[in-house]
Design a protein around this ligand. Sequence first.
Ligand code: ADP
Ligand code: ADP
Length: 234
Amino acid sequence: EGRIVFEGVSKTFTRGVAQTAALRGVQLEVAPGSIFGVIGYSGAGKSTLIRLVNGLEKPTSGRVLVDGIDIGALSGRGLRDAQKRTGMIFQQFNLLETVRVRDNVAMPLRLDGISQAAARTRADEVLDFVGLSAKADSFAGELSGGQKQRVGIARALVRNPRILLSDEATSALDPTTTTQIIDLLRSINREYGTTILVVTHEMDVIKDLADEVAVMADGEVVEQGSVLDTFLHP
Ligand code: ADP
Ligand code: ADP
């Protein structure tokens, strides 16, 4: 579990008469348990790609398969169930700043209808895993950027997803903190076999983190291969 397949996926946004082709015929396969990087400049289509995996966007044509499930074909209850296979982390963390860390992490479980006590117990487990137990009672707004991203990671993991999606998750962090977050993502992948799909414009993040990489430009995958072959061979 944790496989992602893009089958000839295109996505066009329409606003009035204006059309933007965000993705054009994208073909990708992310193996279960791998760390897959997508790199490209701003506007290349990276966010759109990742939002198609958790069903926040639907393809204009082609299919996105998450563990064989055509996520773009689902809606309502079926979509919400499929969305539990993925957790997502963001550049700006997307935490509720005036809510305690523990309750930020528990939020996805509360939305699933799990009791406050059970959700908080599970939140504390995951906070322990990301090394932030000491901050569970703090308000999210009181934390540093790196601590906020750990909370974001804990929230993304709280439902035990097989896939973790990272949209520029280190782009707001300094280099030292970036290295710590990369180490945490690697340990999640190693310990739980979680597939990690990371999109970024930062080459160093891909080099340090990913096994496989796809290079995107103007909505297309222009190069794809192992990180070693693509970037590190002379
Ligand atoms: P990246 O993440 O690589 O910066 P995006 O996927 O955000 O790229 O954007 C790809 C292209 O699609 C851009 O031209 C962007 O303006 C456009 N786009 C993305 N989302 C929308 C939207 N909701 N409505 C209209 N255009 C969009
Ligand atoms: P355990 O004692 O179960 O090995 P750890 O102390 O290593 O757990 O981790 C604490 C909690 O974090 C566990 O309940 C574990 O299920 C959870 N966790 C963190 N990341 C993940 C993940 N990617 N998949 C599943 N569970 C995770």
